[in-house]
Design a protein around this ligand. Structure first.
Ligand code: GLA
Length: 407
């Protein structure tokens, strides 16, 4: 009996020490499908405090978002207070008087996960203390607070190597021992898709998104980008995404002021791109339309499909009606007709005349060889099979999003 007890104690000690004994690596198995959650930046920018974050967690649980798969409640920039005399970071005492541990406990008690933001530079983009030179200390603090997700930005990093800086924080998180989803946010400047697979779980591919469908907002030295501008920016990187490592075209602007049709298109495209689904709106004050978009499980299932293949644009030649496809598990396909124009457009699609192949999953959609059932994922209606031609009308800036299931 005593031996058993001793062995148990020894095993526990080894288990606790194991991350620091093992060679540093990223935590595996945490993002086998694209992470889903919420982040404060798009709607609230620097205006964050503990009451609002608690209310957001409440709303995530009560609105149906948690049930639809959203998990992470992430505080972006500006939560920071000062470092203490030993260099440990603390939250802003006015905005977070109860401290981060209490906030994490609150979020965990709702069955959700807690995320935070820092920056590889000396200061964050919002001018708060960054993690440069303090990576191991910060990672320890986050572990102590119960942080499950870290978004790590790239402001004020002159002279730093991105691979080096992000690898250091990965190693620091690993040494701290608490599994953390590591979200790289260096805007695609250093092609993270070519090196970050073993560093993080997702990496931003572009500059910041803004809440318009197809615009650029010029801020002087940098621009933020509408949904379609982002979609067009990185065309050849889909092969780099997969279970555990995702291209991140930035957080969602659904519910932040675009038309419902534009929000639907934005959400559909993010799902086709196997993008992380990080809502960026005020979950406490959502219209029914916004809730319906963010919680449409059949559309989310396209994003979360365990095959983990990022979708692609099938046709480039049509002027304003684009066709996007994503191969899914068990030989299913998602297919999305996107009408970018200002007028409604007819879709007349003969399945048997369109053989669609994907060189990454090595799969082919060939309706002459196999029949698929067709389901409209937004109308939640079955539309027959691929034996019949598809005829439909897609309103302006809207989508017809279908799932094809093998018969
Ligand atoms: C950068 C990031 C944004 C946000 C802000 C915070 O611009 O790309 O997503 O985190 O910093 O200051």
């Amino acid at each position: 009996m005593r031996h058993l007890l001793l062995a148990g104690i020894l095993a526990s000690i080894l288990w606790i020490l194991s991350p620091s004994l093992m060679q540093a690596q990223k935590f595996e198995g945490l993002a086998l499908t694209p992470p889903m959650g919420w982040n404060s930046w798009n709607k609230f920018a620097c205006n964050v405090d503990e009451r609002m974050i608690r209310e957001i967690a409440d709303a995530m649980a009560s609105s149906g978002m948690k049930d639809a798969g959203y998990q992470y409640v992430v505080i972006d920039d500006c939560w920071h207070g000062e470092r203490d005399s030993l260099g440990f970071i603390h939250p802003d005492p006015q905005r977070f008087p109860s401290g981060m541990k209490a906030l994490a406990d609150y979020i965990h008690a709702k069955g959700l996960k807690f995320g935070i933001y820092s920056c590889a530079g000396i200061q964050t983009c919002g001018g708060r203390p960054g993690s440069r030179g303090r990576e191991y200390q910060d990672a320890l603090m986050y572990a102590k607070w119960g942080v499950d997700y870290l978004k790590y930005d790239w402001c004020n990093t002159a002279g730093l190597s991105a691979v080096g800086a992000y690898t250091t924080m990965r190693d620091a998180l690993f040494a701290a021992g608490r599994p953390v989803v590591f979200s790289l946010c260096e805007w695609g400047d250093n092609q993270p898709w070519t090196w970050a697979k073993d560093v993080g779980h997702l990496w931003r591919t572009t500059g910041d998104i803004t809440n318009c469908f197809d615009c650029e907002v010029n801020h002087g030295s940098w621009s933020s980008w509408g949904v379609m501008k982002i979609v067009e920016m990185r065309k050849d990187i889909r092969k780099h995404a997969g279970p555990g490592h995702w291209n991140d075209p930035d957080m969602l602007e659904v519910g932040n002021g675009m038309l419902a049709s534009e929000d639907r298109s934005h959400f559909s495209l993010w799902c086709l791109l196997a993008a992380p689904l990080i809502a960026g709106n005020d979950l406490r004050a959502m219209s029914n339309e916004t809730i319906e978009i963010l919680t449409n499980r059949e559309v989310i299932a396209v994003d979360q499909d365990s095959l983990g293949v990022q979708g692609l644009r099938y046709n480039d030649n049509e002027e304003s009606l684009e066709v996007w496809v994503k191969p899914l598990k068990y030989g299913d396909w998602a297919i999305c007709f996107l009408n970018r124009s200002s007028k409604a457009q007819e879709v007349n699609f003969d399945w048997s005349k369109n053989v669609i192949s994907d060189d990454i999953s090595k799969t082919t959609l060939n309706a002459s060889e196999r029949t698929y059932r067709v389901r409209d994922l937004w109308a939640k209606k079955n539309l027959g099979t691929t034996r019949e031609k598809l005829s439909a009308k897609v309103p302006s800036k809207d989508v017809l999003m279908l799932r094809l299931t093998r018969q």
